[in-house]
Design a binder for this molecule. Structure first.
Ligand SMILES: [Zn+2]
Length: 143
């Protein structure tokens, strides 16, 4: 399954270093509270990697998207305030401070969420395709 073979690869932003790399351009300097290091430590990666793009950031774990950041914002506090059920932010520490077991548990539940999401979408698509086909068949027999 692609999900597992790609873990740690590009695109999932599971690791703080990967998330940090998405902040090629960030509107606040590193000495301000809302800097790229604090954002990536708080689980966020930047969606738009263009220089003049939006400042929207998304949590790798819960998928919460936040934008319109202020220089004084604390990314950890903002994340928790807007997504109180996020398992990652509720650990309350950055990646380097997590125990291996905590990080593995996090990755495990992340994988399960990804699988549930993709299976949910496939099930929906199958159901829609079946209903369409059923409609076509019924219409043919009515004639
Ligand atoms: Zn989150």
């Amino acid at each position: 399954m692609a999900i597992f073979s790609d873990i740690g690869g590009k695109g999932y932003n599971l690791f703080e270093q990967e998330r940090l790399a998405t902040f090629r351009y960030w509107k606040f300097s590193d000495d301000l509270p809302c800097n790229k290091f604090a954002l990536s430590a708080a689980g966020f990666y930047k969606c738009n990697t263009e220089k003049d793009g939006s400042d929207e950031c998304v949590c790798f774990y819960c998928g919460k998207a936040l934008g319109d950041w202020d220089a004084e914002d604390d990314p950890f506090k903002e994340h928790k305030a807007h997504s109180s059920k996020c398992k990652f932010i509720n650990l309350g520490r950055r990646e380097s401070e997590l125990k291996v077991k905590e990080f593995l548990d996090l990755v495990e539940s992340w994988c399960l969420n990804q699988m549930n999401k993709s299976m949910g979408i496939e099930a929906e698509e199958r159901s829609r395709a079946f209903n369409t086909l059923q409609g076509i068949i019924e219409a043919k027999f009515r004639k």
